[in-house]
Design a protein around this ligand. Sequence first.
Ligand SMILES: [Zn+2]
Length: 263
Amino acid sequence: MVAGLLLLTLAPASAPVPESPFLPPEARDLWREGVVLARGTRSLVVGHHAPPGTLDELARRADTAGRRVSDVLGRSVRPLVVVPESAREAAGLAGVERVDGLAAVADGGRVIVVPEVFARLNATGKDVVLAHELTHVVAGTGDLPVWLYEGFADYVGYRDAGLPVRTAAAELGDEVRAGRVPSELPGPAAFAADGGDPVRLARAYQEAWLACRFLADRFGEETLVRFYREAQAAGVDRALASLGLSAATLTARWRAYVRDQLA
Ligand SMILES: [Zn+2]
């Protein structure tokens, strides 16, 4: 038995890795050893010492996320998901100091999973996170305001999640029912993932999500997608003007929508 266990430990727990040229550039040369691959119908998952079962599940979820993002953006999407061994390795790959509290990050054409946090999410949460990050990868964030690219990613993430608004925006709902409707769209500081105020951070995402959800409810999803692209190309004010809105009128109507959805 002991020998068997040893053998299991020593045997490479990985599928054979194809030669680098067969992998997309973002998936090449990540690690010298311990590379494990899983393929979905449209996704590729590359892990470092990850249990194959975990990667197979991720490939299935990445396929789902790819389908959801593709449905909204109207183009084919082939997700690439990277699963490092630890949060520290994830931060290194993403080229950032820390990824505290994040379940995954979008980085240069790929979604990098933060294994410790991602593993703690339930099935719905995993699907929302993957679709959110994949939206960043596919749609880009460019010079857009944070509320717009985070709200848009959450719009796609939650679109097919089947969660009631009051559940998905629980923290903001508490504020609204206490009579505190936010007065303006959240600025960059509200999105600082420094562990300082996790409830404020959650509310910032929910506020941003409801701004994009308002635009989709009022003008239609295709218009929201067009608005996003126009904002990338010509700036938010120009894109708002195409909808007959200004920053001030968007804010006023978003506030009314937030109250209506959560009060
Ligand atoms: Zn995001």
